[in-house]
Ligand binder design. Structure first.
Ligand SMILES: [Zn+2]
Length: 142
């Protein structure tokens, strides 16, 4: 089976220890995810690729209980949609990232819990290609 990333230059893949690819401003050191062509803080266009930490803590979260509108393209229908958690995750000191959570049950989530980045299947295309995306998974107290 072929596995591809849902978008280029978003995370390192394939990798046993994938990392999100952010942008770091060469002028003021601001970090962003995803990387933007110019710095939101100072306007510099000297933005370099910067690999973000794999682990972080949950800053806030919600759950997606209905099928999102386009361009969400999981291949699911209203009938087959599976709810999922969405979190804002603090990675290191400087950057917060929005992403799916591997847990959809709000009772299993709490602000400040430790999370790690994982790459998960997002959809399977008609030709059998598995499209992968990133998500955050609670770590088992380690
Ligand atoms: Zn800057």
């Amino acid at each position: 089976m072929t596995e591809i990333a849902f978008a280029p230059d978003v995370f390192t893949w394939p990798s046993d220890e994938p990392q999100l690819i952010g942008g770091r401003c060469a002028q003021c050191a601001a970090l962003t995810f995803p990387a933007w062509p110019s710095c939101a803080r100072c306007g510099s266009t000297e933005v370099e690729q910067h690999l973000l930490p794999r682990r972080g803590t949950l800053w806030t979260f919600t759950t997606q209980d209905f099928l999102p509108k386009e361009p969400y393209a999981s291949g699911e229908t209203m009938e087959t949609f599976t709810p999922y958690g969405v979190g804002i995750v603090q990675l290191g000191d400087d950057v917060r990232v929005e992403g799916r959570l591997t847990v959809a049950d709000p009772a299993a989530l709490r602000i400040g819990m430790d999370l790690e980045l994982v790459i998960v299947p997002f959809r399977t295309d008609d030709d059998g290609t598995e499209v992968m995306t990133y998500a955050f998974r609670p770590t088992q107290g380690d």
